[in-house]
Write a protein that binds this ligand. Structure first.
Ligand code: TYD
Ligand code: MG
Length: 472
């Protein structure tokens, strides 16, 4: 019998050491090495045992077609790149309590309804708890195979016996295998279990969806090491105080990674939100200063959001710059351009920026909308209420056109907006474009500030006077 070999694995970064140490050389964190004992599977002979040799395939050989498995929840299917791929593993990560179990149970229910053989294995809840949740979601009649199990051996055996097509493992952190000495939830266990399940999916042509909990700073053991092993990583995010949740692709071997799916948590579980702009703009009151509506793109889909800014005198020595939902350094850039090119001073002023509804924007196209909201707050005038804003700002103060303006304008028109402040692209709307909004073309940032200032300085004016300034 060979001696079991033992290694020491860092629970923070996953690096492997041959000896125990107080500090991990890999990531520098203290007290994170845990012993991992591995039973040698076969007599430790370096000689290769007989078996089959690897086979090569020509690039132009016939492709074995694997039809995707459409779940019927359109928001999920789009983020997954057009449905689930047989023989793949998918990780759905997110904060605890955000709704991962709910979403996956609903997906399983839809699949079962369409006649797909599904299994839901929960390591966190008893089968009774999952059943009660299914009743609440109106899925109690669907033929989903349920199990409550945390040990990997029985799970693989059970799957081999039943051969479901879609398998949910909720969650990967609760699983453990007796091949390792480490405790459940440690990086070593999570990695070993994920590896075994991924191998099962590839061999059997099943689709495995793993659930993983992540904290905000990605601290707690697990999902990060699993990301490399699986074919797609989707993050389910949102504010627990608010109803809606966003499913975002982080990595996807079978589709684009910039798509989002929007859901709303209600009494009967998660509902799809096919028109997120209406949701994000919901509750927008009369035009107030310090707000602009940004016509953005999330993946292929245009989404309108309100950007709010507040510029206030700083109460303490160092002025604050607080940003929610946008990039901090991008805000610093916009403020610097406003100072240097337009003469708007932010010395001794706090600047707060918020993207309403908890959405996170990554596009540079939001620059102009941010600048417009800030200018609107500085001069204390409201931007036209029927107007969307988009455009990228360069360091010289020029406003640049951004991609897919037509999609942005179309969405804005659909939601009742009549005008758009954006860069002039020189492109005239076609005669048949029923979405062609009149554009307030802005060439440079000083051009925008000049108009805001003119509206602010003009005292009492009729609406048409204000509109004339904007249209000038
Ligand atoms: P859950 O799916 O258990 O979260 P996770 O698996 O990500 O930890 O969802 C938990 C939250 O969702 C819980 O706070 C209650 C809420 N919820 C509803 O509001 N409506 C519902 O129909 C369900 C099932 C859950
Ligand atoms: Mg859960």
């Amino acid at each position: 019998m060979p001696k079991p070999s033992s290694t020491f694995v860092c629970q923070s970064c996953g690096s492997v050491h041959s000896k125990w140490a107080g500090r991990c050389d890999g990531c520098g964190s203290w007290n994170t090495l845990v012993e991992e004992v591995r039973q040698a599977a076969s007599p430790a002979s370096p000689k290769r045992r007989g078996g089959r040799a690897m086979e090569f395939v020509a690039l132009d050989a016939e492709i074995k077609d694997m039809p995707r498995c459409i779940t019927g929840i359109a928001e999920f299917d789009r983020v997954a790149g057009g449905g689930l791929v047989p023989g793949s593993a998918l990780l759905v990560g997110g904060d605890p309590g955000i709704g991962k179990s709910t979403l996956l149970l609903q997906i399983t229910g839809q699949l079962a309804r369409a006649g797909v053989k599904t299994a839901y294995i929960s390591g966190e809840e008893s089968t009774g708890q999952v059943q009660r949740r299914a009743i609440r979601l109106g899925l109690s009649q669907e033929s989903i195979a349920l199990a409550s199990e945390t040990s990997l051996g029985p799970i693989i055996d059970g799957l081999m016996a039943n051969k479901p097509d879609v398998i949910i493992i909720d969650s990967i952190q609760t699983l453990w295998t007796d091949q390792l000495g480490a405790a459940p939830g440690t990086v070593a266990q999570v990695r070993a279990c994920a590896q075994e399940l991924t191998r099962y999916a590839k061999n059997q042509g099943a689709c495995i969806i793993l659930v993983g909990h992540v904290t905000k700073d990605g601290q707690i053991a697990g999902p990060r090491v699993v990301e490399h092993m699986v074919d797609a990583v989707l993050y389910f995010e949102g504010d627990r105080q608010q109803q809606f949740r966003i499913l975002r692709a982080h990595k996807n071997r079978f589709g684009p990674t910039d798509e989002i799916g929007v859901f709303e948590m209600g009494e009967k579980g998660l509902g799809e939100v096919p028109n997120p702009s209406a949701l994000f703009l919901d509750g927008r009151g009369d035009a107030a200063s310090g707000a602009s509506v940004f016509a953005g793109l999330e993946g292929t889909r245009p989404v309108l959001t309100e950007i709010q800014a507040l510029v206030a005198p700083a109460a303490f020595g160092t002025p604050r710059r607080a940003v929610v939902g946008w990039d901090n350094s991008r805000l610093a850039m916009v403020l610097a351009v406003l100072e240097a090119r337009c003469g708007v001073s932010f010395a001794g002023k706090d600047v707060y920026l918020n993207v309403a509804g908890g959405l996170r924007i990554n596009e540079p196209a939001a620059d102009l909308a941010v600048a417009a909201a800030i200018a609107s707050s500085v001069f204390d005038i409201a931007l036209p209420a029927d107007c969307v804003v988009f455009g990228e700002i360069s360091l010289s103060g020029d406003v640049r056109p951004v991609g897919r303006s037509d999609a942005r304008l179309k969405e804005a028109a659909k939601l009742g907006f009549n005008r758009a402040i954006c860069a002039h692209s020189g492109q005239k709307p076609g005669k048949n474009d029923n979405y062609a909004l009149p554009l307030i073309a802005i060439k440079t940032l000083p051009d925008l500030i000049r108009r805001v200032e003119a509206v602010a300085n003009s005292g009492k004016m009729t609406d048409s006077d204000v509109n004339r300034i904007w249209a000038a």
